[in-house]
Design a protein around this ligand. Sequence first.
Ligand code: PEP
Length: 250
Amino acid sequence: MRKNIVAGNWKMNCNLDESQHLINALKLEDFEQIKAEIIIAPPFTNLYPAHQSLQDSKIKLSAQNLNENENGAFTGEISPEMLKSVGAEYVILGHSERRAIYNETDELLAKKVTTALKHDFKIMFCIGEELDKRQAGKHFEVVENQLKNGLFHISESEMKNIVIAYEPVWAIGTGETASPEQAQEIHAHIRKVLAKKYNENVAEGTSILYGGSVKPNNAKEIFAKKDVDGGLIGGASLDAKSFKAIADSF
Ligand code: PEP
């Protein structure tokens, strides 16, 4: 059965002190009773101290990106093995900021997915359309192509390590959210696409998160939808009480 998940994407926020402060604040909240997996994705530099601080906690750690190569002359990049060695269990791939600002293509993402799986990462694979595509009614097509070109080279058994995060670009960091109905409609479509490519088991077993301005005041309604299995949270994950309040939706 698929899991509920609430994941916090800290993006390029929090120096080491701030990161440890936020983790300490999260540890004061009681996540144990929540029927969802809880994940945070601090910046690379804060992962190891975060890992040490979270030893006795149910909160899991994710990286925000990785390089598709094993090691070598890639100045400034971080390898999968490095991330594993500092305690990252998950990695976020295909975030719209990586796609738009760093020109990460479906082809590159497909390579990152392969490398990440080789190193036993669980992947939060992000997909989602821009505003003009939504307005033109092309959102179904966009997410389908992102899945086909970035993810669908992997096997049915490898899909067990995949979480999909549907994040409409027009809702990320804008304060604008997809309505619960819009989220449900496209999540159901994503599940159909998974069933067509793999089978019903994969479709029903894959967690599909919604991301895009999820806040304590809208999370419950969105997560209540049948095909929404939780959220990838940006801004609101930087405040322990807000993040906990979102997780409390489960
Ligand atoms: C995100 O960056 O994945 C995200 C959903 O951000 P926000 O919640 O701030 O819109």
